[in-house]
Write a protein that binds this ligand. Structure first.
Ligand code: KIV
Length: 272
């Protein structure tokens, strides 16, 4: 952690995140509401991503494709209200930045102006460099995202690890370099062999943030629902469950149901 981080008024900025390159690995999380983002902030996590995985974790969709700009604005604003020190990054949803750079700037600007985000994240490599340049030139900090791109799930034919073949790995390194040159302050590396993530991490001067990309990245990111076990069912291989809050909540709710049925709640102490 940075000296001064505990001082009142400390706030993570993109420059401070960039400065963590090559230091001890740091943790980032995806959170999409004020309560869980406050938990992350209280745990000294420097980056909270208002991720479009919202579509699955909270809204019940099977992919990230249906989530809208309005839904992402609504949840990003909640994350911004829930955090005090963490850098809040808004994930730009599918088709909010792909078609034209002008549309990307207009939509990204809304995340800073209306939702209080500090930066945005967009998916894609070298082919997205012109969009990154347009955003950065207009004062919008950008986090890149390469490797497995969930918004490309239809084009990829499923969620597949990327960069297994030497030519694909070289293309990912070139993607990361192109994004760095275009001005991103950090790059998410998703779903790739650890050796490829290590190569990319060595090739760029901005922090890499891994998810399913092994331990050599400058940072790691997990979705808070996964790491806290808020959801039931088997977790993907890259997830470590640090708690089982979903099971704890179900046990608590069952106890509440039983107490109501047995007349144990409300007790005299709960009345006026
Ligand atoms: O939406 C999300 O949570 C993400 C992270 C997994 C990087 O994009």
């Amino acid at each position: 952690m940075l000296p001064g981080m505990k001082k009142a008024g400390f706030k993570w900025t993109v420059d401070r995140i960039r400065a963590l390159k090559g230091a001890a690995p740091f943790a980032c999380v995806t959170a999409v509401d004020a309560v869980t983002s406050r938990w992350a902030d209280d745990a000294d996590i420097p980056v909270v991503l208002a991720g479009d995985s919202l579509a699955m974790t909270v809204l019940g969709y099977a992919t990230t494709l249906p989530v809208t700009v309005e839904q992402m604005l609504h949840h990003t604003a909640a994350v911004a209200r829930g955090t005090r020190r963490a850098l809040v990054v808004a994930d730009m949803p599918f088709l909010s930045y792909q078609a034209t750079a002008a549309r990307a700037v207009g939509n990204a600007g809304r995340f800073l102006k209306e939702a209080g985000a500090d930066a945005v994240k967009i998916e894609g490599g070298a082919f997205r460099a012109a969009t990154v340049r347009a955003l950065v030139r207009n004062g919008i900090p950008v986090m890149g995202h390469i490797g497995l791109l969930p918004q490309n799930v239809r084009a990829m034919g499923g969620y597949k690890v990327q960069g297994r073949k030497p030519a694909e790995a070289a293309a990912l390194v070139a993607d990361a370099r192109a994004l760095e040159k275009a001005g991103v302050f950090a790059i998410v590396l998703e779903g790739m062999p650890p050796a490829v993530a290590r190569r990319i991490t060595r090739a760029v001067r901005v922090p890499t943030i891994g998810i399913g990309a092994g331990p050599a990245c400058d940072a790691q990111i997990l979705v808070i629902h996964d790491l806290l076990g808020l959801v039931s069912g088997p977790a993907p291989r890259f997830v470590k469950r640090f708690a089982s809050l979903g099971a704890t909540a179900t046990r608590a709710l069952s106890a509440y149901r039983r107490d109501v049925a047995a007349g144990r709640f409300p007790g005299a102490e709960h009345g006026y």
